[in-house]
Design a protein around this ligand. Sequence first.
Ligand code: DC
Length: 223
Amino acid sequence: MATAPFIIVAIDGGAASGKSSSSRTLGEQFDLLHVDTGSYYRALTAEMIRQGVKPDDLPGLRSALAGLKLGTRLNGRSAEMEIGGRVAGEEIRSREVNDAVSHFAAIPELRTALLTYQRGLADVARARGFHGLVMEGRDIGSVIFPAADFRFFLHADAGERERRRAGQGLQDQIRERDRIDSSRKTSPLTCPDGATSINTTHVTLDQVVQQMAAALATKLRPA
Ligand code: DC
């Protein structure tokens, strides 16, 4: 009997570009393990703040990172990252973390600490019997899984993205975070060569998901 295919889907884009909603929906439709890597950068940022480490204190950051034990907990289809056995809570959406996360995410040592961990989640997905992995972030199609079966890059006008965040009742420094995320030296936010770029400004989430799902369905039957 032929084994079912296992696919890796990379979804990158700026804040409020539609990554989370579309990747969660695709996860449901195709039985994929869903990974929100932004929440991992947020959790590490919250941990650095808790330990009193500032982004410009490289020795302090290195020693804090070396002391961290990362693990994975599955919550339904979602792969949550444990730090020292604990999954971070709502504090990762706080104003303090929001303002600091792009500064920590620009530090190569911090990105390296997450690189192997993120790649290893493909093995977790296989071992748990999922039909694949859908990972969202800023550098998934460019650095983490450049050979992913599908790579999407979502973007939308900043004004529209600010309206979306406000509609969720959240305050977010979207333009400032995107500026820092796009201009950093290591793994900047960019549409990688060969990725499918989708402008989500004037289309509904359903339309975005339909476009992506049609592509995935060429390799994998919906669950
Ligand atoms: O997706 P998000 O807005 O929750 O991500 C929070 C921050 O984490 C974002 O401003 C930049 C950083 N990030 C990153 O540098 N690389 C990723 N793959 C995911 C997020």
